[in-house]
Design a protein around this ligand. Structure first.
Ligand SMILES: NC(=O)c1ccc[n+]([C@@H]2O[C@H](COP(=O)([O-])OP(=O)(O)OC[C@H]3O[C@@H](n4cnc5c(N)ncnc54)[C@H](O)[C@@H]3O)[C@@H](O)[C@H]2O)c1
Length: 249
């Protein structure tokens, strides 16, 4: 499996999973365009001429356009998109969820995915090939109480992914969703109730919910993303791919 000459855009590149995805793809000789609100965690890659970092807000249409335009100008083509940006929800009873919090979660998790996929389609249709991997969440099939807005946003991403897989199939563009289980990144603690002992929850509630007995590592996600972007997954589209140690069962 090699990615030589392929260019992959990674949204949320500075996050726990995003950084692991960027590093994994660079190890496969891909060109990577990494975008995030904050790309400080990718500082070590500045000297790598197969990496282009763009700091910006992907909810801004113009920023999304710029990311793809710069990627194409630098590397000549856009072959893949990974949507690994996102925001969590503190476990909150629905009657206490403010409308602005609901909109924030729907915007970052769903609208941003729409914006990046819309832009990717322009480039991939022109080439007649491409692969998109959206990161969802196992909570779509196994919700936890108090995460209603987050779960709804990820459920929307799942439906959107299937609709797009069908819509873009004639253009030979594969679109899949990967649902991570509880993963050892900064985000995991943000699903706890405000004031909860996050480290204790990680080691008990979250870890115990995984049949295979440990939290998912960002590298576990990155390896499966690599597969879904590769030619080995050429006949995989519209699929819901669980990387969760069995949590969805
Ligand atoms: N960590 C988990 O347990 C878990 C479980 C299931 C699903 N997920 C999903 O996996 C994906 C990656 O999460 P993670 O664990 O790496 O979290 P993370 O918080 O480490 O990374 C998320 C990244 O998204 C970026 N981001 C947010 N809003 C943005 C915006 N407007 N523009 C550009 N970048 C923006 C953040 O800056 C951050 O770097 C998310 O979609 C998340 O919902 C995480």
């Amino acid at each position: 499996m090699t990615f030589g000459n392929k260019t992959i855009v990674v949204a949320g590149a500075g996050g726990g999973m995003g950084k692991a995805i960027v590093e994994t793809l660079l190890n496969e000789n891909a060109n990577v365009v990494g975008c995030d609100l904050n790309i400080a965690s990718l500082e070590a890659l500045e000297a790598n001429d197969q990496f282009l970092g763009v700091e910006g807000n992907l909810l801004d249409e113009e920023t999304v356009r710029t990311v793809f335009k710069q990627g194409k100008a630098t590397f000549g083509r856009i072959d893949g998109l990974v949507n690994a940006a996102g925001v969590a929800q503190n476990s909150t009873p629905i009657e206490q969820v403010e409308l602005k919090e609901w909109y924030k979660i729907i915007d970052i998790n769903m609208t941003m995915t729409f914006l990046t996929c819309r832009e990717a389609a322009v480039y991939m249709k022109e080439q007649g090939s491409g692969a998109i991997v959206n990161i969802g969440s196992v909570s779509v099939t196994r919700p936890r109480p108090g995460l209603q807005s987050y779960v709804a946003s990820k459920g929307a991403v799942e439906s959107f992914t299937k609709a797009l897989a069908l819509e873009l199939a004639d253009d030979r563009i594969n679109v899949n969703i990967l649902h991570p289980g509880p993963s050892d990144t900064n985000m995991l603690g943000q699903f706890a109730q405000e004031g909860a002992d996050v480290e204790k929850m990680k080691a008990t509630v979250f870890k115990d919910s995984v049949p295979l007995g440990r939290l998912i590592k960002p590298e576990d996600i990155a390896r499966s993303v690599k597969f879904l972007l590769s030619e080995d997954a050429g006949m995989v589209t519209g699929s819901v791919f669980h990387v969760d140690g069995g949590r969805n069962i």
